[in-house]
Design a protein around this ligand. Sequence first.
Ligand code: SAH
Length: 341
Amino acid sequence: MENIYGYTLEMLEEYLASIGEKKFKANQLYDWLYKKRVNSFDDMTNVGKATIQKLKEHFSLEKIEIVTKETGKDVSKYLFNLHDNNKIEAVLMYHDYGTSLCVSSQVGCNMSCSFCESGRLKKVRNLEAYEMVQELLLIEKYENVRISHIVLMGIGEPFDNYDNVMKFIDIVNCGKGIELGARHITVSTSGIVPKIKEFAKSDKQVNLAISLHASNDELRRKLMPIDKAYPLDTLMDAIKEYIGKTNRRVTFEYIMLDHVNDTKENALELVNLLKGMNCYVNLIPYNETSHIDFKKSSQERIMNFYDILKKNNINVTIRREFGSKVSAACGQLRANHEEAK
Ligand code: SAH
């Protein structure tokens, strides 16, 4: 059985054609699944009985399960149980401009970034597209909200699960279904260069964010092993290629780690690296975790860093902190759950 929530509209059209049905029925199915949100094929009253029977034989509507939810100010964090008992997280944030959902793309992660909780568990498997779609569907239902933005910044490296992530984007973006605007979707990568290039060639209008976190290779290599495979010059070339092809502005994420990457020299190096690029830098106050030694930069150090970028005409913002009070920024909900068992 295939889970129907993992099918793009196009895949569904192809499937229908293959069983001798009219393609346009895919639109009807999408309407039932994503506009009306029914949970059974029998509720799809304008689809003929014979078709329903075939669908039931081929597709399941099985859902992932919510295990727990933690709530903080303007933030709700969900832990899900998957059909094979693996656990993943998703985080819903309430902003003044809407609600954004931070989606996980893998169980665990192989990037091994030294500051990151998610990477303490090696990748167990990729998430299927349907599992990512259901993170959104279940939270919208449970929380009774419409999610306006998606960031692929949960557990996992989206570009290490490229095909499923692209399917997921197509499904949530599709005008016949959830209809979440491409410009409201952001994919974040630790910097897998071949996939950045592939992404540049795809005509997706979604935003790209790069986890940079360091201003030179020596430092970046210590924080992010991926830098050994794709050092900064290769990474920057790929990003310039992406900007050239898409004409889109890239976001650089930069975690502020106390006395590690937050000096005046780091700021100036970063200016040199990014000068003239169509980009902006998002400074992220580090979310401390009990398992990892890094400390968050002081407000003063963050402001000094910010000022240097600003003075040198680099677009820069400081990320609002969500969820550091509840136990679950960036993989912690899952980690705590596993350790409590
Ligand atoms: N693997 C992808 C997406 C997941 S991580 C990537 O690396 O971009 C999403 C972002 O959160 C990344 O920028 C990551 O470096 C950052 N991050 C990880 N641990 C963090 C922590 N404890 N505090 C703040 N940001 C963190």
